[in-house]
Design a protein around this ligand. Structure first.
Ligand SMILES: [Fe+2]
Ligand SMILES: [Fe+2]
Length: 310
């Protein structure tokens, strides 16, 4: 509800709230998905490398899943924006919805400017990023469950359901799944990550890595917000930590099933291991009373590390 008159606060915004700090960081870190450089270079390098049909199909699958995932999270955040009462929280979520839209834009652009032209020049079938062939049952189940958990807030806004929503959206989709995907791309197409992931050595693909670097930095902030919220619900005693554990455990097989069905260009085992490790670390920060969510500047500053929000 709009609060024009409100004796409970002097100023409209609480600069000391974590959400307002996150909002400030989001504004400061703004970037433009239409200006990401390196896409033309990626196209040239793919043409030089001549990936096999199977290798190229796996790359397309990964890009397609990312694009669809960003579109889904852009849509699915709206219920949370409607139920959050605090203006500082609302401002942060507004910035997050805008950022998810930018992520969706970047992957759409990549398909048009890199994937399609490469497919055409190598004589492979041109495909749609929306084609059913790119989405396995685990992927579909994960995103269906996340959409349902977010929509449930509109009819039953309880502390448990908020915790479940954050566990689906921020902890599983944005943190575990997306960060595992970034790790895969970074490992294959940049000097970072692990040499175990890609089955052959690729040249650096600056276009996809430049975009993903910006996106990962945003995601560090998003995941931090969700972690902060779930941790507060659990540490205040409002929500039993079993709710968090059960939700994450229910979703983990879907994450493993989504990152695990590669094999021609990508070794799935290191990715599945990475995802499991990530999930365990998330759970530790939420359930351990002495643990802390890192400061926002650390969450978004990737440095030489491969993944934000450790
Ligand atoms: Fe995103
Ligand atoms: Fe996000």
């Amino acid at each position: 509800m709009t609060q024009v008159e409100d004796d409970s606060r002097a100023m409209r915004l609480d600069r000391d709230s974590f959400a307002q700090g996150y909002f400030k960081n989001a504004v400061y870190r703004h970037w433009d998905p239409y200006e990401i450089e390196g896409l033309a270079g990626d196209k040239e390098r793919f043409l030089d490398e001549e990936p096999s049909k199977a290798e190229f199909e796996e790359f397309r699958t990964a890009v397609s899943r990312f694009g669809a995932g960003e579109e889904a999270v852009t849509e699915d955040l709206m219920p949370l924006a409607l139920v959050l009462e605090d203006i500082n929280d609302q401002m942060f979520i507004s910035s997050q919805i805008y950022e998810e839209a930018k992520h969706t834009q970047f992957f759409d652009r990549y398909w048009r400017e890199v994937i399609d032209p490469v497919a055409e020049e190598l004589g492979y079938e041109k495909t749609n990023p929306t084609a059913q062939r790119y989405f396995n049952d685990h992927y579909v189940a994960l995103f269906d469950k996340t959409e349902a958990a977010m929509e449930r807030l509109l009819t039953e806004d309880t502390p448990e359901n908020r915790a479940r929503a954050y566990c689906h959206y921020h902890l599983t989709v944005e943190s575990v799944l997306a960060q595992t995907g970034y790790y895969g791309f970074t490992s294959a197409f940049s000097p970072g990550g692990s040499d175990e992931v890609a089955k052959r050595e690729w040249p650096d693909m600056d276009g996809i890595v430049n975009g993903i670097t910006k996106i990962r930095s945003d995601e560090g902030r998003h995941v931090g917000f969700g972690m902060h919220k779930v941790r507060t619900l659990v540490q205040s005693g409002e929500v039993d930590e079993a709710v968090v554990q059960e939700t994450l455990q229910d979703l983990m097989p879907h994450v493993a099933g989504t990152v695990g069905d590669f094999g021609d260009a990508i070794n799935p085992a290191p990715l599945v291991g990475y995802a499991r490790d990530k999930l365990t670390r998330r759970l530790d920060i939420i359930t351990d009373a002495d643990a802390e969510v890192p400061p926002v500047d650390d969450l978004v500053d990737l440095g030489d590390d491969t993944v934000a929000a450790d």
